[in-house]
Write a protein that binds this ligand. Structure first.
Ligand code: CAA
Length: 398
């Protein structure tokens, strides 16, 4: 689809296409009807929301940009952003599971997979029948992703690799059916010795480790995973041996647009609740919204939210151009993720403050928004890493 037909300028504002408005409305209706009523309960219990995730699959939300031939909804990146915002507005945990499935799993296989790999791994995950995950991080390798310790050794007959090692912080690790794994095949080559594999979690040698007890996004299950002599057939290599680091980084560019959209949805939810509260709650005989100290917060919250939206649309359009030109959109994705995640933190912090005691109480979702916001500044590259990526690209240091 040509970029110009996907988001057009009509007068002074950006207008969404009919198709984009339809998915936005469908995601909004579903999220408000099915996710909002269960979000607090799942946050409290930490139970994975399998039922609603399956329904999201049926609606096409788990593979939005993947062509229909491969089980997806065949829509564009702006549509993906719009749907993510609506789901995150209702519950960030659901949007985390959706983002990893769409961007970190489906996008990578669609871009780098063989036809056989697409049929086996992409079709069931993009259609929402199975759940996909992405595993790069290790206990001693987070921001410095090239320093992993896990290994894949080619068997003597050359038919398969034997994988050993521990990976950590795997979103959907406790439930994933398939995982894109990054591990070392040639240790002496640094990041050029990293290879991506498609892992079937039903196979022997794959072990799910402890589930992480987390501050926020508590219904999104996160865990360690272990490989104990897991046999990966040579045809489960994604892309080519030694190309894993580039694949990991390319896929993270897409993922960061998803996390930025999630942060935007969360910020919008906190903002809307806060405006309503500031109009209704009275102190000193007036609505608290009439006080300038409240107004300053409201103005800064709204401005940062709208700036985030523009940066996210900018990154989404750059990603759509990438499909045609191959030009990287790393900087745009990092700027969107950096700004939107810091906005989510800023907005939820102000939301708690304006709500006062009620912002601290579990009777309202405000404290959950505040806890859920923090992860957006950490996963898929911390704010420090986003700044490093943007500055390196601007200075031509890489
Ligand atoms: N696209 C394509 N190629 C890229 C790239 C990109 N975005 N970024 C880097 N590369 C390439 C470089 O061009 C270079 O290639 P050559 O060797 O051919 O020159 C190669 O990758 C190495 O690049 P660098 O020298 O820049 O690598 P580095 O070791 O300095 O690290 C980094 C760069 C940006 C810090 C990177 O390590 C990084 O992004 N770290 C953060 C990792 C991260 O986001 N982790 C989160 C994991 S997912 C998660 O959060 C869990 C979950 O389930 C949600």
């Amino acid at each position: 689809m040509a970029v110009s037909t996907s988001i057009t300028t009509t007068g002074p504002s950006l207008a969404l296409s009919e198709e984009q408005q339809m998915i936005q409305q469908a995601a909004r209706d579903f999220a408000q009807r099915e996710i909002v009523p269960i979000a607090a309960e799942h946050d409290e219990s930490g139970e994975f929301p399998l039922n609603t995730i399956k329904k999201m699959g049926e609606l096409g939300f788990m593979g939005i940009e993947i062509p229909e031939d491969y089980g997806g909804a065949g829509m564009d990146t702006i549509s993906y952003v719009l749907a993510m915002v609506e789901i995150a507005k209702a519950d960030v945990s659901h949007s985390t599971i959706m983002s990893v499935n769409n961007s970190l799993f489906c996008h990578g296989i669609y871009k780098f997979g063989t036809e056989e790999q697409k049929q086996r791994f992409l079709v069931p995950v993009a259609s929402g029948e199975k759940i996909g995950a992405y595993s790069l991080t290790e206990p001693m390798s987070g921001s410095d992703a090239g320093t992993m310790k896990s290994r894949a050794v080619l068997s003597e007959d050359g038919s398969h690799y034997i994988i050993n090692g521990t990976k950590s912080w795997v979103t959907s690790g406790p439930v994933a059916d398939f995982i894109v794994l990054f591990t070392i095949t040639e240790p002496e080559k640094g990041h050029k010795g990293i290879t991506a594999f498609l892992i079937d979690t039903t196979q022997p040698g794959f072990v799910r480790g402890k589930k992480e007890p987390k501050l926020g996004i508590r219904a999104s299950a996160t865990s360690e995973i272990r490989f104990e002599d897991y046999k990966a057939p040579v045809d489960s290599v994604l892309g080519e041996p030694g190309k894993g680091f580039k694949i990991a980084m390319t896929v993270l560019d897409a993922g960061r647009i998803g996390i930025a959209s999630q942060a935007l949805g969360l910020a919008e939810a906190a903002y809307e609740a806060t405006v309503k509260y500031a109009r209704e709650r009275e102190a000193f005989g007036q609505p608290i919204g009439s006080f300038q100290m409240t107004q300053q917060k409201i103005a800064d919250m709204k401005t940062r939210i709208e700036a985030s939206r523009m940066l996210i649309y900018n990154a989404a359009l750059a990603k759509m151009r990438n499909a045609e030109t191959g030009e990287r959109y790393t900087t745009q994705a990092s700027m969107a993720k950096l700004f939107a995640s810091e906005t989510a933190m800023f907005v939820t912090h102000a939301a708690v403050q304006i709500h006062g005691g009620m912002g601290y109480s579990k009777e309202l979702p405000i404290e959950r928004y505040f806890r859920d916001a923090k992860i957006t500044e950490i996963y898929e590259g911390t704010s420090e890493i986003q700044r490093l990526v943007i500055a390196r690209n601007e200075l031509g240091l890489r």
